[in-house]
Design a protein around this ligand. Structure first.
Ligand code: ZN
Length: 205
């Protein structure tokens, strides 16, 4: 299995090099991605592939169910690097329909450590219980919860000191919420974008 993977890599790098001989040396010199992507670890939602982007075009952080924990040092370190060093302009929180993590958060059974990780989604499910109850099927309810999780993620990213500090110096950084459909391969905009106008200190200026 591993040797198959190595051979695939050799075929890919050879093909890429033949197409564009300066490709790897250019990428090795520097990365200048415009996007920072916070997505789910699900193998069916690779950021570059579903967004049609090449290596070097998107800086990526993924975790189970694309949860934005306000004290997640892994995510915050990547976010800070993306904003301060890479100067990305567009931050995308991307969830997906049919998410196993969201499903686990709705189940009444233990999942070990994942239950701690998924607690924010359980909390959302409790907060929006009345709205979610209007969904006709359990699948629809889970997909609606996946959307809520993205909107919450956008809000939490926007409220981090990293983004608040960037907006305070008028950096034109936008945070967007998208959701990906496994069944049709389409990304949908959840229209919950935030930008410099969301700097909370602005009202006090
Ligand atoms: Zn998922």
């Amino acid at each position: 299995m591993l040797s198959d993977l190595i051979h695939r890599n050799i075929r890919w790098s050879d093909a890429r090099n033949a197409e564009d001989p300066g490709y790897f040396s250019r990428l090795a010199a520097q990365q200048t991605p415009e996007f920072f992507w916070i997505g789910c670890s699900d193998s069916r939602v690779p950021a570059n592939v579903v967004a049609g982007l090449d290596p070097g075009e998107v800086f990526v952080h993924r975790n189970v169910a694309n949860v934005v924990h306000s004290a997640d040092m892994n995510l915050l370190s990547a976010l800070e690097f993306a904003v301060e060093a890479l100067k990305v302009r567009e931050i995308i929180v991307c969830g997906h329909y049919g998410c196993g993590g969201v499903r686990a958060a709705t189940e009444d059974m233990p999942h070990g450590l994942a239950d701690h990780w998924l607690e924010p989604i359980r909390r959302l499910a409790r907060a929006y219980a009345v709205d979610l109850a209007r969904c006709k099927t359990a699948e629809e309810r889970r997909d609606c919860l996946a959307e809520l999780n993205v909107v919450e993620g956008v809000r939490r990213v926007s409220e981090t000191p990293i983004i608040q500090k960037a907006w305070a110096r008028r950096a034109d950084i936008r945070v967007h919420g998208l959701i990906y459909g496994l069944k049709d391969g389409r990304l949908r905009n959840l229209d919950c974008s935030t930008g410099p106008g969301h700097f909370e200190g602005r009202a006090a200026e």
